[in-house]
Structures are given as C-alpha cells and as structure tokens.
Write a protein that binds this ligand. Structure first.
Ligand code: SAM
Length: 422
C-alpha cells in the first residue's frame, strides 16, 4: 500500500467536507488531525463493519472515522494507543472473513503510531490543541533576551579537554576522594555518577555518617569541587541524594545551590521512585491537623549538572540507547526498585545497577570514561564495564574496594581490573 496518508495539524473539520449521505456522521466539533487512508479497492461490507465496531468501542470525542467510497478518514483528537491496538488485534483475530483486508485495518494503527508530535493526557496521546493551555507568549524572544542559565553564563571553565592517565582507567582506588581526585588532570572525565553518604547515621565501614552538617557539606563540597575540575567541558555530574526530611535538611537543594554557585548548568532532576516510604507508616506529624503534618516521600533525587555546555559531543556510532529506552527515560521519574543485594555485598546504601545503566546510556557515549568518587561496592564500575565505558571508582573503605574488585571479577571473569590499596 502506498504511503497515502495525509496528516493535517489542528485541522478543524468543515462540515462541507463530510458527505452526510454517505457517512451520516456529523462533522466533529473538536480540533483534530485528519488522517486519510486510500485503499486500493472499495471497502467491503465486512471492513466497514469492523471499522464501525472500532468506532463504537471509543468515545467520539477522541476520534471519528468517516468512510467514503474510496477513503477512510480519521479525525483524530486523542487516543489510548494501547487500547486501540488491543481492540483492533482482538477484532481481527476473531475474523477469518476473506473480505477483510487486515493489512489495511492495521495500517491505521501504524500510521497513528508514526505521528511524532503529540501531548499526553490521562494516558492518551493528544494530537491536536495539546499546547493551547500554555500561556507563555513568544517564548523564543524571551530566551533571546534573557538567555538560558543566566547563573552559569560567565563561567571560566577551560574548554580544552584532556585524557585521564591510562594507569587510572578501569581501576578501583582506595582513598579519600579529597586526595585521590588530585591525581586526575583537569577536564578528563566524561560523566560522574555518584551517591555520597547522606549523613543519616548509617553504619559505613570507615567513614562517619551523622556528623555536624557544616562539616558534612564542607567535606562534600571539597570533593564536588574536585569533581567539577576533572569533568570535561560538556561533561556531566549526576548526584543521587536523599534529603533528611525528618530534620528538614534539603540536601538536594543545598548541593544544587553549590553547583550553581560554581557556575555549573542545572540540566535537570530525576525522581527515583523507589515506591517505599522513608519513614514509618504511622509517622503523621500532627495527625489529622494542620498543626505540623509530616510529608512522606517514596523517592530520592538525581541532580544533574553540566559543565560549560548542555551539549556533549560524541561520535553518533557510540550511542547505545534505543528509541524505546530514550522515550521512556527522558520522562524524569524513574520507577526502579531499591538494590536487593545490600546484605550480600555487606554495604548499607547501594544504588541499583539499573539506575546507573539509564544514566549512562542517556548521558554518555560508549567508550566514555565514568567516575564515581563514592564508589562503595562498585555499582557504577560494574554498569560502566557492562555498557562498554571505562571507569574510575574511588572509596575510602578498603573493605568496600575489595568487594567492588571481587564483584567486577565475578561478573566479568578474565578482566584484569587492578585495584589500588589504601
Ligand atoms: C552511599 S555509599 C555509595 C554506594 C555505591 N553507590 C554502591 O552502589 O555501592 C557512599 C560511599 O562513600 C564512601 N565515602 C565516604 N566518604 C568518602 C570519602 N571522603 N572519599 C571516598 N569515599 C567516601 C563510603 O565508604 C561509602 O561506601
């Protein structure tokens, strides 16, 4: 079948265009796209019946099908595409009527799937007027006048990128990151993915968790400043952090503020939906009273910053994210279960490999070099290795570094990952 579909955006059907004798349909009153299929042969009665059944299963406010002698016209406002597919497949699977050209009917699904510009509302794709609620006028001229990320425009980051020393590639370093990072030159790391201690009071092997907040942020920022220095121009840092809600310490904001002060560009924030409460179910604050209700969260945050430029250069052949992954993961709420192997790896605060996988594929290219300055049991290194990136993992605990090394060797036998002792 030729590609005989016409898509018109924001088409407001004109009643004159519909032949009432043939369709008995009223012109739809909603803004819509008009899709036209021109079958090679006139529609059979069986095909008309199927199209009629499809129409009856869905609201006429979503779409309307008009059948003329030589065309199927779809006035499309919105659609639950999955339900539409299921309906069509269901109807086609129950008919063995030879007079039904199944390819023709399926063509409808395919053509709708191929429309790239749509909004999403209540689980439906909305194809027309989905932007009408936006009140921002003349957005482009505002951007031109005010500029984007005004706070980072006057950064002094050097643009020349370097390569990390070969001997530090694919290595787990046992050291305090404040010192270890000094071994790296400026502008040599493509992406940093890390989760620092949250200062909640967890029982880490060596580092104290639960210190005075000024000291905590002082040490953290010393390490983050080194991270900024070693990042390439255009490189990114992703910090997984959980505020201490119970003490009203918005660590994610305090950290973001620090990066902004250091002229990093805030690229965005991802909610890591863990679907578990961080507090007892019965912690209500002031129960059923506005006195001081306690807010509950089931998610953590990933704060993402870029150095110098939002765009990261790379060879397109080193892109490994699929179209489906991209579509799913740019929606900045990631539902991923917490790591289940913490007891196995004897570490109290690991993040799951899937979190790192998504961050790697969305924000780096194959062959890039990835750093984790709070490496723990090496989740970042494992994901980097699995997805053909190079890694450097640093942790202050010899025990965690040994576990990370062992984990890497178990998952990738035959690799020669040389750890460095504390
Ligand atoms: C939240 S954990 C990271 C866990 C890791 N993402 C994983 O999946 O295993 C934080 C880690 O930071 C380490 N750490 C604390 N202070 C450090 C420092 N100054 N330099 C390097 N590592 C440090 C701790 O030993 C701990 O393993």
């Amino acid at each position: 079948m030729p590609d005989n579909i016409i898509v018109e955006t924001h088409f407001k059907p004109d009643s004159k265009m519909i032949n009432p004798e043939k369709t008995k349909e009223k012109s739809p009153e909603f803004p819509c796209k008009k899709l036209i299929l021109e079958p090679e042969a006139p529609l059979t009665a069986s095909e008309r019946k199927i199209l009629d059944k499809i129409q009856k299963k869905f609201s006429k406010n979503d779409f309307q099908i008009e059948i003329t002698d030589d065309k199927i016209i779809l006035y499309l406002h919105s659609i639950d595409l999955e339900a539409f597919k299921t309906c069509i497949h269901g109807l086609l699977s129950t008919t063995d009527d030879k007079k039904v050209n199944k390819t023709l009917i399926l063509e409808l699904v395919e053509k709708i799937s191929r429309i790239r510009s749509y909004g999403v509302k209540g689980g439906k794709r909305v194809f027309a007027a989905y932007n009408d609620e936006r009140k921002v006028e003349d957005r482009q001229s505002k951007v031109t006048r005010r500029g984007q990320y005004y706070y980072a425009q006057d950064n002094k980051f050097p643009k020349k990128n370097n390569t990390a020393p070969k001997k530090l590639e694919n290595v787990v370093i046992c050291d305090d990151s404040r010192h270890a990072l000094q071994r790296l030159p400026d502008n040599c790391i493509d992406l940093i993915i890390t989760s620092p201690p949250y200062n909640f009071g967890l029982g880490y092997d060596t580092s104290k968790d639960g210190v005075n907040w000024e000291n905590y942020f002082h040490t953290l920022f010393a390490i983050f400043d080194e991270c900024i220095r070693v990042l390439k121009y255009g490189g990114r840092i992703i910090v997984n952090i959980q505020p201490l809600f119970s003490d009203y310490i918005p660590s994610h904001h305090i950290i973001s503020n620090h990066f902004i002060e250091k002229k990093m560009i805030w690229k965005g924030e991802i909610l890591w939906e863990k679907n578990n409460y961080n507090c007892k179910y019965t912690a209500w604050g002031s129960w059923k009273s506005p006195g001081s209700p306690y807010l509950k969260y089931t998610w953590e945050f990933l704060e993402i910053f870029a150095k110098g430029d939002l765009k990261k250069d790379g060879d397109p052949k080193n892109i490994d994210i699929t179209a489906d992954e991209f579509k799913k993961w740019v929606v900045a709420k990631w539902s991923i279960a917490p790591e289940r192997k913490m007891v196995h790896y004897d570490h109290p605060a690991m993040f799951p490999e899937e979190l790192v996988e998504r961050a790697l594929k969305l924000f780096s290219y194959e062959g890039d070099i990835i750093l984790d300055p709070f490496n723990g049991t090496g989740t970042t290194c494992v994901a980097a290795k699995r997805f053909n990136r190079k890694y450097i993992g640093i942790d202050v605990s010899q025990k965690y570094c040994t576990i990370a090394e062992k984990r890497l060797k178990e998952i990738f036998p035959g690799t020669n990952s040389s750890g460095e002792d504390c």
